[in-house]
Design a binder for this molecule. Structure first.
Ligand code: GRF
Length: 224
């Protein structure tokens, strides 16, 4: 599919907004195939708001506490998204569970970034749990959102090593740096129409498959 107009994207965020920033930065290039047409924030003093303003992108604060229930809150999100002609919704540190109805309504047009290599460590505290589990590779995942939390067809993942000296903060920082590289790449793939959903998987057109394995640690380093 070749598009002429840029894909109209909304980013939903609740806090720091560093992933929002990576998407804003990518979309600042007029050649990038997507534009951030709306930022929706549910926490009135979230730093994400200022990031959107600094990039001159429309931002709306929809405080979930003003709504009697999740359905009503999600209906307000849905209305704002449609009013802005949004074609794709990117969750970026959006700390509200979305209702199954909302997820169904945006199915195939709703993606999330999660700080683990799913299906390992869905939910919260992923870095602490990765350290406790003793995994040697950790990372992040961008996936389509379905009603069930932190599941849905995986689009792309980035792996980072876990070092013996790591604590939660050092590991989180390494994963976050990978998130900032991964999310804009995935947005470009989707906007270019190269991602197809095939049941529980996604297929990506025109990628050169890597035939190398990733090793951690670099077991051959001592022999070089
Ligand atoms: C990121 O680690 C993201 O993977 C998770 O929440 C965090 C949001 O960070 N869903 P930020 O607000 O984008 O800086």
């Amino acid at each position: 599919m070749t598009r002429t107009a840029r894909l109209r994207v909304a980013v939903l965020a609740s806090g720091r907004g560093s992933n929002l920033q990576s998407l804003l930065d990518a979309c600042a290039d007029v050649e990038f195939p997507a534009e951030i047409a709306l930022v929706l924030v549910n926490v009135p003093d979230a730093p994400a708001i200022e990031r959107a303003r600094a990039a001159s992108v429309p931002v709306e604060v929809i405080d979930h506490r003003a709504f009697a229930g999740r359905e009503l809150f999600d209906a307000a999100l849905d209305k704002a998204l449609h009013a802005s002609g949004i074609e794709l919704v990117c969750l970026a540190g959006f700390m509200r569970m979305l209702t199954p109805g909302f997820a169904r309504g945006w199915e195939g047009r709703l993606v999330n970034i999660h700080p683990s290599l799913l299906p390992a460590f869905p939910g919260l505290d992923t870095h602490r749990r990765a350290l406790e589990a003793g995994v040697k590779l950790h990372g992040c995942t961008v996936h389509y959102v379905i009603a069930e939390l932190d599941s849905g067809p995986i689009i792309a993942q980035a792996a980072v090593p876990v070092f013996d000296a790591d604590d939660e903060d050092s590991l989180a920082a390494r994963v976050l740096a990978a998130e900032h590289r991964l999310y804009p790449r995935v947005l470009r793939l989707i906007a270019d129409g190269r991602v197809r959903i095939a049941g529980w998987r996604t297929l990506i057109d025109d990628v050169r498959p890597l035939d190398a394995a990733l090793f951690n640690p670099d077991v051959d380093a001592a022999n070089r």
